[in-house]
Design a protein around this ligand. Structure first.
Ligand SMILES: Cc1cc2nc3c(=O)[nH]c(=O)nc-3n(C[C@H](O)[C@H](O)[C@H](O)COP(=O)(O)OP(=O)(O)OC[C@H]3O[C@@H](n4cnc5c(N)ncnc54)[C@H](O)[C@@H]3O)c2cc1C
Length: 433
């Protein structure tokens, strides 16, 4: 049986997924594979876990949902807790795989793994990779990666003027039932990662489940049922509740939703319901997401370095006690504290909150911004390597902000939380828990 292996990483969906589209249209049997890379679940150089319980839980839910969806198409999903470097070559051999498909990643840890995977395979195995996480595909942006502008607006204008978003890939037809494997691997539990089961906090701004099904239901609700999309621009700087912004980021980050899927649905909405500044603004924000992906594609490892892409030299601190107070929400700024407590308890924080706590960390208490970025990496459900490190550089004065702004946290709190409702929500409750 002509067999293809689809290696999944941050493209955990079946719909609009290039690897599945190509594999299902050329092979009798398609097998999906996901490796929980041991390194992603260990402590980092900063002394805390690389991946925290909120994202692990979301990932497990996503994989469970994907496994069920794939089974309906007679595709087995293998999941295992060892590196893909060891796993893929052994499955390739035992299943007689002739082609391996996967989404291109370009950040250092991901490249180390994909290079080692490719090196572990014989020349007879065909390897096909592709960019599948952008809104504007690299072949459609009419810019060399080296000439990606240093300023977002210039990038956005070029994309809007010269580029088109590709159509979504069609959902492949189900394969024959004989293509399912006899071997079934179970998706691990939270306890396998030394995490205890937990309840979603009652005030969480992101109480949703992982997986494409849940993402599509939320999108349908946000667009079609409640028409909140029509008010996105007015509400997007909110702080409390599930409705102020789209909340698409966790699904986008692990790929259970694609930026293209959202884009084409916005266009449909504009045709059928309403086309206004808000509907445009959601696409505008998706272009920010693309921008940070292109920035990291252009600048490589410097996005993880202290001087950032500007190679700036500032005097940074790394005092552990100061860091602990920021993490625990015990600084002298109550707006920062409320946001940090929300992040600790729910794995989510609004964009407004993120800008403020990061600016405070890097520019008020002049802490090594990479510690803050690493803590976000651990804690955020929606952690995305490009958006996280790109935004942190931006706010810390070592990235793409041409004005090198510093947020006045008190004024921000007065403007965005004038009645103190948000601060009360997280600070008061915290006293009694
Ligand atoms: C210090 C800092 C760290 C961040 N880390 C991450 C991260 O790890 N993962 C992540 O997805 N976003 C990150 N962001 C960007 C942004 O805060 C979140 O994408 C947004 O808050 C998610 O909520 P939403 O889906 O409701 O956003 P919406 O306002 O509804 O926006 C829609 C989508 O546009 C994209 N988007 C919006 N703002 C940004 C932005 N500034 N940069 C990149 N993409 C954007 C996201 O994909 C988002 O889902 C970070 C921002 C800051 C300031």
């Amino acid at each position: 049986m002509k067999t293809a292996l689809v290696w999944l990483r941050n493209d955990l969906r079946f719909e609009d997924q290039e690897s599945f589209f190509k594999a299902c249209n050329g092979f009798d049997r398609v097998v999906a594979y996901y490796a929980f890379e041991p390194k992603d679940f260990q402590k980092t150089i900063w002394g805390f876990q690389k991946t925290g319980k909120f994202r692990i839980n979301f990932l497990l839910e996503t994989l469970q949902a994907l496994k069920e969806e794939l089974a309906q198409h007679n595709i087995s999903l293998i999941t295992e807790r060892r590196s893909a470097v060891d796993g893929i070559s052994s499955w390739v051999e035992s299943l007689n795989v002739t082609s391996l498909f996967f989404q291109k990643e370009w950040t250092r840890e991901e490249v180390l793994i994909s290079d080692a995977v490719c090196a572990s395979l014989s020349d007879e195995v065909r390897i096909e990779t592709h960019y599948d996480q952008f809104l504007f595909h690299p072949e459609d942006i009419l810019m060399d990666i080296e000439s990606i502008p240093q300023v977002f607006t210039a990038f956005r204008k070029k994309c809007e003027k010269y580029s088109k978003v590709k159509r979504c890939f069609e959902k492949p037809k189900p394969l024959a039932s004989s293509s399912l494997l006899d071997t079934i691997t179970a998706i691990p539990n939270l306890s396998d990662f030394d995490c205890s089961p937990f309840e979603t906090h009652s005030n969480s701004a992101f109480p949703f489940k992982g997986g494409t099904f849940s993402a599509s239901a939320h999108l349908k609700d946000y667009f079609w049922n409640t028409k909140r999309l029509s008010y996105y621009k007015q509400t997007r700087n909110g702080l409390v509740g599930t409705d102020y912004s789209s909340k698409f980021s966790p699904w986008l980050a692990n790929g259970s939703l694609s930026a293209r899927m959202i884009y084409w649905e916005v266009l449909q909405y504009e045709k059928e319901i309403d086309k206004n500044q808000s509907t445009y603004w959601l696409i505008f924000e998706l272009i920010w997401r693309d921008y940070f992906k292109y920035v990291s594609l252009k600048h490589g490892n410097s996005i993880f370095q202290l001087g950032g892409i500007l190679e700036k030299e500032y005097s940074w601190n790394s005092n552990k006690e100061v860091f602990r107070k920021w993490v625990e929400g015990k600084t002298n700024e109550s707006f920062v504290n409320a946001n940090m407590i929300e992040l600790k308890k729910t794995g989510f924080m609004s964009n407004r909150g993120r800008q403020n706590v990061a600016s405070f960390f890097a520019k008020n208490i002049t802490m090594d911004w990479r510690m803050g970025a690493a803590y976000f990496e651990k804690q955020l459900i929606d952690y995305d390597v490009h958006s996280n490190w790109g935004n942190w550089m931006y706010v810390s004065g070592v990235g793409n902000d041409p004005r090198d702004r510093k947020f006045n946290v008190k004024m921000q709190a007065e403007r965005y939380d004038p009645k103190g409702q948000y601060q009360k929500l997280w600070l008061q409750n915290n006293l009694f828990e």
